[in-house]
Design a protein around this ligand. Structure first.
Ligand SMILES: *Cc1c(COP(=O)(O)O)cnc(C)c1O
Length: 427
């Protein structure tokens, strides 16, 4: 083994490690992060970076939160891991109760898994098997154009087509993609869908409610989506809300579905579920969905499971996260960030390099009015600029967005805004 002193972590990393979502020829080096605390990441030299996207919207209460560490530390001494098929344990039951308490009306059962993609796989399987168990042949799924639901096969199938999932298109599930409705287009879309749904072959409709994260924080109106969901319900199509990104306070409600009238049949959760400590996911569903699987026939059960299902440490982290989410302090922080975003928006939205801006809860996005062809490496340039400024932002195409952890301080948030304002002057 090479002694670590001779080679930098960067070099050792590139020798054996293959990173996600990375073309290694174009981006040969990953940057080492040595530690994190609150809203800050620290590199090996001790330089700090404001984590303005909460490490992909996971660490919403801050990195290495002492309360979460303490709770998980205690649980670790009692029960680390146990098979969840046939056994149960207190953290899993406590978490199910805590989730049902805050989830939108109608959710009754909680199915644990490991990450956002598996939460979606399970949601899809629930929808397909629900109809099969009831003796109906419904093989088709509906999904939004430009949606993102994860990188496993089912999740890829229901995501919008892109360079990422394109090579696998031939192996997809049967999926039909529909446009995201805006208030002025929803009635036309509904007219078209009425005919389509009359064929009675659609099992489920999966959607990211109100904000499409990977599509660069695209936002749509609750009114349009509500009409669509009501239509699905009339036609017996199960609605699957993918709240992997939007869940746990980001839209200034516990869940984005709280802003909608029609509540989903199935909800997928991950990311901030465990407050960024360990991977875990949940697919919750209504009693009606569960009942279609409840039978004397073995084969009507949901035969899906992962080795680490309902890991006690993950459940404990999630419970601690929900406790923080429900605190006065967190809601004060959410309101403060919402107001700060609005104030910043007032100062920036009429800038000549800004095409448009949008906000939902603590999510803020700004589209640059720049020809992307001419600035092919713009995204990388923006990224590097922000890092030099000590701010971790990951622009998507010509969109810059911030989704800060709730614990971010006024000064840290101002640093994020200042870096966005100053990058505009470099374009
Ligand atoms: C991140 C994300 C997923 C996938 O979650 P992973 O944990 O990365 O597999 C699915 N849906 C949405 C909306 C997401 O933001």
């Amino acid at each position: 083994m090479n002694p670590p002193t001779r080679h930098t972590l960067k070099d050792r990393d590139s020798k054996y490690v293959w990173h996600p979502l990375t073309q290694h020829k174009l981006h040969p080096h990953a940057m080492p992060i040595a530690r994190a605390e609150g809203a800050l990441l620290f590199d090996e030299d001790g330089k700090s970076y404001v984590d303005a996207i909460a490490s992909w919207y996971t660490c919403m209460y801050g990195h290495c939160h002492p309360y979460i560490l303490e709770q998980v530390g205690q649980q670790m001494q009692r029960l680390d891991q146990v098979v969840f098929s046939g056994f149960t344990h207190q953290p899993a039951v406590d978490l199910a109760e805590a989730l049902i308490d805050i989830l939108p009306f109608g959710q009754q059962k909680v199915f644990y898994s490991d990450n956002g993609s598996t939460a979606v796989e399970i949601g899809i399987k629930m929808a397909l098997q629900y109809h099969a168990n009831r003796g109906e042949k419904r093989p088709v799924l509906l999904a939004f154009e430009n949606g993102f639901h994860g990188d496993t096969f089912g999740a890829m199938s229901v995501s919008g087509l892109s360079v990422y999932n394109g090579p696998f298109e031939a192996y997809f599930l049967q999926v039909e993609r529909i446009p995201v409705p805006q208030e002025d287009t929803v009635d036309t879309l509904i007219g078209r869908l009425e005919e389509r749904l009359a064929k009675k072959d659609v099992a489920g409709f999966i959607y990211e409610p109100l904000v499409q994260g990977a599509a660069a924080m695209k936002m749509h109106s609750a009114t349009g989506l509500d009409k669509l969901l009501a239509l699905m319900r009339t036609h017996g199509v199960l609605t699957i809300a993918d709240e992997v990104m939007t869940g746990f306070g980001k839209t200034a409600a516990y869940f984005a579905s709280d802003h909608l009238q029609t509540k989903p049949d199935i909800i997928c959760l991950s990311k901030a579920l465990t407050a960024g400590l360990v991977p875990m996911a949940v697919t919750s569903c209504s009693q009606q969905v569960y009942d279609a699987f409840y039978s004397d026939e073995l084969a009507k059960g949901l035969f899906h499971g992962h080795t680490y299902t309902a890991n006690p440490l993950a459940c404990t982290a999630a419970l601690a996260g929900i406790k923080l989410l429900r605190s006065e302090e967190t809601w004060g922080q959410i309101r403060r960030i919402e107001t700060a975003h609005r104030r910043f928006d007032d100062t920036i939205r009429s800038h000549q390099k800004v095409r448009s801006t949008r906000q939902c809860g603590v999510i803020y996005a700004l589209d640059l009015d720049i020809d992307m062809e001419r600035y092919g490496n713009l995204r990388d340039r923006l990224y590097r600029y922000f890092m030099e400024q000590g701010v971790f932002l990951r622009p998507l195409g010509n969109t810059i967005y911030a989704l800060p952890p709730y614990c971010i301080s006024e000064a840290q948030l101002q640093k994020v805004y200042d870096s966005i304002a100053s990058v505009l002057e470099t374009l």
